[in-house]
Every structure is written in structure tokens, then in C-alpha cells.
Ligand binder design. Structure first.
Ligand code: PBG
Length: 329
């Protein structure tokens, strides 16, 4: 290996064309998955105060957003419903209703914009009156096996409506295998599963819970089912299990604080890994921008590039549309 001055690493950085030519990682709109929040009604846009720049849209608006996504080369949208209060219950039964807000949005999207992938979240928190992802026992503990059974029904309901990717975000043990078996049995052989394999009990989900209306309802935290931020080896075990059970791809969530997990998952398993740059991360960037502490375009592209560099196939991000516009320039 040569030495300075024969070797000057700054040489290849000296011009834009050369930097472009030497880039080890590329970020394109095809790397982006855009999470969208659904509201009841028609012609409705409800801004979310804790997620500045993000709104809930009624189904017609969701269709319009998906067309924007398509036109900018974003391959896939992720859907999250804000279920009306009177349709939430202890058992989250609305998740099984073939005409629930989620299913209506899926059908409208597959009808109007079939070329955009539709990823749907499987977990009961948008449907329960207590804001937890599953069924509770008398002590408030989230029951695993009983919940998993309902999640299978929820996944089949979404698949029947036309969902392309089922994304279980609930962290119940064994649910990926149960969902895969049920999808196969019902003939949904090409419906993918992207499991939220390593999902941490995080302080970064607050604005999301505002968006789906579960924040005020939630008693306690989700630490008995979501992972402890102290653990990395456990994340590898979670990923191994979900892959054995039939996950097509796995997700790490939140994103930026867990880049080490992304890198380790990718090196260990060589499977498609996705990151969720979650609501609190988005809000942090927007707060920094509002405070004059950061420049939006730069930090949006830099953080998304970080996920790619760490090994991600793609990223769920509320900045998807903005990033795609920047990348189109
Ligand atoms: C529901 C779910 C959550 C998120 C995605 N799916 C919240 C939670 O687990 O409490 C968070 C996404 C975000 O913060 O952007 N299980």
C-alpha cells in the first residue's frame, strides 16, 4: 500500500463527478417505503401535530398519495389506520372486519394504483381500547398464543383485501409461522411476509401513537413483548426464528439508533433487511430543522444513505416523498 504523498485519499473527492464515480453506496427512490395514516371520511386531511408535515388522509387521499409515490418511483406504501373510537374494543375485533378502514384502503389502492406495493401492519394496537398490540389477561399482561391466533385472522383479512406484504409488528412469538401457514392454506402463496423481527420497546414511537390514536389509550409500556434496547444477540435470535418460520424479509426498528443491529443482521444472514426510520426519528429531524440546527435536505439524504451503507435493502420513512423528490433532481 502506498503512502502519503503518493497516496492522497482527497484526490478522488476533489470533484463532484469523481465523488459520484467512487460512491460505494447508492440511494434511489426504489429504496423507499412510504408509511401513510388513514382517516375515516372523504376529502379529509388531518395534520398530526407531533409529526409536522405528515397528515392522516381519507381513502381518496391515500390513493392520491400512492399515485405521487408511483410517479416518483417509490415502490411501496405502508398503511396504518386511525380506527374510530367506537370501533375499538378490548379484543380489537375490528381488525377482523373485512370492511374496516384498512381493508377499504387496500382495495382502493389495488384498484386505482395496482403497480404500487401495499404493505400492511399486523398488530392490534390501532383496534384495541387499551392501545396494546394484543389481548390482555386480567393482570394486563399481553397474551402470546391467544393474540397470535387473532393476528392470523387479521393477516388473512388484509391478504383477502389485496395486501402484497404482511408486516407483523406485534412481537408475539411464533406468529410468522402461523401466518405463513394460513396464507398458504388460503392460496395467498405470493403474499410476502416482512417481519418486524427486531423491534425494540422504544421511546421513539410517540408521534406514531398520536397518528393512530393509541397514545392516550395506552396503559403502561410494551416492554413485555418488544425488545430491550440493551440486547443485540437477542435480535439475531429473533431474526433467525422469523426466517425459519418463513419471513421473506426482516425489519429492524427503530432505525438510526440501531444501525449496529442492521449491520449484524445483514452480515449474519445475508437476507433482505429493512429499517423503519420511526416517527420519533422523523420528528427529531424536523425539530432540528425548525430550530435552525440542521438543513433538512442534507440530513434526510444522509440518514437514508446510512441505512443503505449499513446493509439495508430499503427504509420505511416519513420523508419518503421528500427524499424521492430530492433524488429526482
Ligand atoms: C404498531 C406499530 C408501532 C409502530 C409501527 N407499528 C408502534 C408501537 O409499537 O407502539 C411505530 C412506528 C413509528 O413510530 O413510526 N405495533
Amino acid at each position: 500500500m502506498s503512502q502519503y504523498p503518493a497516496l492522497r485519499l482527497r484526490r478522488t473527492r476533489a470533484s463532484a463527478w469523481s465523488r459520484r464515480m467512487h460512491a460505494e453506496t447508492v440511494l434511489t427512490p426504489a429504496d423507499l417505503i412510504w408509511p401513510l395514516f388513514i382517516a375515516e371520511g372523504e376529502g379529509v386531511e388531518e395534520p398530526i401535530a407531533s409529526l409536522p408535515g405528515v397528515s392522516r388522509w381519507s381513502v381518496d387521499g391515500i390513493v392520491a398519495r400512492a399515485k405521487e409515490a408511483r410517479d416518483l418511483g417509490i415502490p411501496c406504501v405502508a398503511l396504518f389506520p386511525n380506527t374510530q373510537a367506537d370501533r375499538r374494543s378490548e379484543g380489537g375485533e375490528e381488525a377482523l372486519n373485512p370492511d374496516n378502514l384498512m381493508c377499504r384502503a387496500i382495495r382502493a389502492l389495488k384498484d386505482a394504483v395496482p403497480e404500487v406495493g401495499v404493505l400492511t401492519d399486523v398488530a392490534l394496537d390501532p383496534y384495541t381500547s387499551h392501545g396494546h398490540d394484543g389481548l390482555l389477561d386480567e393482570g394486563g399482561y399481553v397474551l402470546n398464543d391467544e393474540t397470535a391466533e387473532v393476528l392470523v385472522g387479521q393477516a388473512l383479512n388484509q391478504a383477502a383485501a389485496g395486501a402484497d406484504i404482511i408486516a407483523p409488528s406485534d412481537m408475539m412469538d411464533g406468529r410468522v409461522g402461523l401466518i405463513r401457514d394460513a396464507l398458504e392454506a388460503e392460496g395467498h402463496v405470493n403474499v410476502q411476509i416482512m417481519s418486524y423481527a427486531a423491534k425494540y420497546a422504544s421511546g421513539f414511537y410517540g408521534p406514531f401513537r398520536d397518528a393512530v390514536g393509541s397514545r392516550g389509550l395506552l396503559k403502561g409500556d410494551k416492554k413485555t413483548y418488544q425488545m430491550d434496547s440493551a440486547n443485540a444477540e437477542e435480535a439475531l435470535r429473533e431474526v433467525a426464528l422469523d426466517l425459519e418460520e418463513g419471513a421473506d424479509s426482516v425489519m429492524v426498528k427503530p432505525g438510526l439508533p440501531y444501525l449496529d443491529i442492521i449491520l449484524r443482521v445483514k452480515s449474519e444472514f445475508q437476507v433482505p433487511v429493512f429499517a423503519y426510520q420511526v416517527s420519533g426519528e422523523y420528528a427529531m429531524i424536523e425539530a432540528a430543522v425548525a430550530a435552525g440546527a440542521a438543513e433538512r435536505d442534507a440530513v434526510v439524504l444522509e440518514t437514508l444513505m446510512a441505512f443503505k451503507r449499513a446493509g439495508c435493502s430499503g427504509v420505511l420513512t416519513y420523508h419518503a416523498l421528500h427524499a424521492a423528490k430530492l433524488l429526482a433532481k
